[in-house]
Design a binder for this molecule. Structure first.
Ligand code: AMP
Length: 424
């Protein structure tokens, strides 16, 4: 019998994020947290898997749900799915926990979609995002969009483009979908086979088609703006006014329909112009009035966005923005007496809030100093036989500033923390 193939490599579409990139990753989430927490958003941690029905509420016709979900049956026979996005979970949390409105929350974490993998498109990818439930005020739409914009600004990105659209109220969208069905139906022979298939599921998605002939047909399709009710049109006007008031530039594109079925009224996307068109969508969101009801809650307005962490960092690379922070430590402890001194010294340093590392295995002074140099620390604390006997520690500067000669000195073991706090 053939041996089963043992594969210890990571699954297709997943990534290993190592230092220093991982530090940058955490830094990005930290910046996001600063921006949204300053605006009153609280952190939520939804489960990574849910009952599959929760995601079906996003619309069985959406690609994410119909084609890309990682579904499985657990040992108790329950149908579960790894979350393909987090809005559905946040809405489910809202319905289950009934917090007071307005409920303003943010999240960060991985999602799973069985995608065709390419650069910037993974099967496990991270998003940061916010959701607000219980407020139907166009100025909230502006706030939400502005928070994403300020976040990109804080990262140092300058080539982000905001594209905006309104999908109208539920009825508007339905009427528009009917009009599209009629229009594309009368051109069905000229459409690509993919678009014909999409048409049957969701005519709005045909507008997204980039295939040669489809584009010409799409160009002549009915325009969504002609199907907006007066209320929806007024809402959209106010959103645009608000963005102008905050000096946030935007383009209106009424072909922007976005992947998920639940969007209503305002929808938006952020494109990074420094990236190739295939992966330049770095974030998006919109209103999803109606989703709470779909999950058994009271009628509740909702709006939010999700920004792709992986892709936002690619955009940062392309703009040379938000570099990896200098990781590592400030102090490196070298102990050639066996390691006990290094053990207690590092513990003391850590407790005093000083970043420190050490060498192991009682190697030679030369070998330990090599590791100290590589660590990026500013000073080495050296304990050799003489120091140990005299109750001293040698403090040796490691990174020399220009023109300065690094002089080492000995200090009393008991003064180490105070001395470092003064000099670091
Ligand atoms: P969506 O939830 O589809 O609206 O996506 C929001 C953002 O998440 C996108 O703009 C991308 O930046 C990111 N994103 C979505 N799918 C993927 C994926 N498969 N790999 C990496 N990033 C993704």
């Amino acid at each position: 019998m053939a041996e089963p193939i043992v594969d210890y490599s990571r699954p297709k579409g997943t990534r290993d994020i190592l230092p220093p990139e991982s530090q940058r990753w955490r830094g990005l989430v930290g910046v996001f947290a600063d921006v949204v927490q300053a605006a009153g958003y609280g952190y939520v941690v939804p489960p990574i898997f849910e009952h599959v029905e929760v995601f079906h509420r996003l619309g069985e016709a959406t690609d994410v749900v119909a084609k890309e979900m990682y579904e499985f049956t657990d040992r108790g026979g329950r149908r579960l799915a790894l979350r393909p996005e987090q809005t559905a979970s946040v809405v489910r949390m809202f319905v289950e926990n009934r917090p007071a409105v307005p409920w303003k929350v943010w999240y960060a974490g991985p999602n799973f979609r069985a995608e065709n993998v390419q650069k910037g498109r993974y099967r496990q990818f991270d998003q940061v995002g916010i959701e607000v439930l219980g407020v139907d005020d166009p100025y909230l739409d502006v706030e939400v969009i502005a928070l994403a914009w300020r976040f990109y600004e804080r990262l140092g990105l300058t080539q982000v483009r905001l594209v905006l659209n309104s999908l109208g109220a539920a009825g508007d969208r339905g009427r528009y979908a009917d009009a599209l069905r009629d229009y594309f139906g009368s051109h069905v022979d000229a459409l690509s086979s993919e678009s014909r298939e999409t048409l049957a599921r969701n005519p709005l998605r045909v507008l997204d088609s980039k295939r040669g002939n489809d584009r010409d047909i799409v160009a002549g399709a009915p325009r969504l703006r002609d199907y907006l009710s007066p209320d929806a049109a007024a809402h959209f006007e106010t959103v645009q006014d608000g963005l102008r008031a905050l000096a946030i530039p935007f383009d209106v594109d009424d072909r922007l329909v976005r992947g998920l079925d639940y969007y209503r009224n305002t929808t938006f996307e952020f494109a990074a112009d420094a990236l190739d068109a295939a992966q330049n969508a770095i974030g998006g969101g919109g209103r999803y009035d109606g989703l709470v009801e779909e999950m058994g809650g009271p009628p509740t307005a909702g709006i939010g966005f999700a920004l792709g962490v992986d892709r936002t960092l690619l955009a940062c690379d392309a703009e040379s923005a938000f570099g990896a922070p200098l990781a590592g430590v400030d102090v490196f402890v070298v102990d050639t007496t066996g390691g006990r001194h290094a053990l207690s010294l590092t513990d003391e340093l850590w407790r005093a809030g000083i970043r420190a590392d050490r060498a192991y295995e009682n190697r030679s002074m030369k070998a330990q100093m090599k590791v100290a140099d590589r660590s990026g620390a500013a000073v080495a604390l050296i304990v050799g036989g003489d120091e140990a006997e005299a109750g001293l520690v040698t403090l040796r500067p490691l990174r020399r500033r220009d023109g300065e000669t690094a002089t080492q000195r000995q200090i009393a073991r008991a003064d180490v923390i105070d001395e470092l706090k003064r000099t670091l």
